[in-house]
Design a protein around this ligand. Sequence first.
Ligand code: ATP
Ligand code: MG
Length: 147
Amino acid sequence: MKINEIRGGMKKEVTINNLSDLTGAAKELLNIDSDSKIFAFFGEMGAGKTTFIKAICKELDVKDEVSSPTFAIINEYLANNSEPVYHFDFYRIKDEREALDIGLEEYLYSENYCFIEWPEKILNLLPENFIKVNITVEGEKRLISLK
Ligand SMILES: Nc1ncnc2c1ncn2[C@@H]1O[C@H](COP(=O)(O)OP(=O)(O)OP(=O)(O)O)[C@@H](O)[C@H]1O
Ligand SMILES: [Mg+2]
């Protein structure tokens, strides 16, 4: 795992060489210097968004099974300290209305962790200071940038 810190820790780039690097990357993400607990995961299909969110939930001591909420749109887990953690997948929604209908705004303003796959679909609904997580595939490696 290689970590590049840019501008005093506000932006980080983590190179993932294999799945075991994801634990370290998850720790970096959770330690990022930000007031926001809303993380938007950008990356093509199969880039590793769900896999990375699983690793992050493990660091948060989530005991529930973490899986892609593709059909449910949202999964709610409990972290060890009994705080809810919200995991969204907006791939299949038709429009923003559908996201509003499931109560997205209440989740976003709950101050609990929100991990969002396919945030492209609901960009207009996100508050200003969410954390952008970009996953790009480079051969066998993944480059994860946080800003
Ligand atoms: N860091 C990684 N290194 C190697 N393989 C990975 C990594 N992350 C994910 N994979 C593998 O890539 C495949 C797709 O991962 P995943 O389901 O997490 O992608 P996704 O971005 O959530 O896809 P989708 O857009 O369909 O939701 C899985 O088989 C997973 O094991
Ligand atoms: Mg996924």
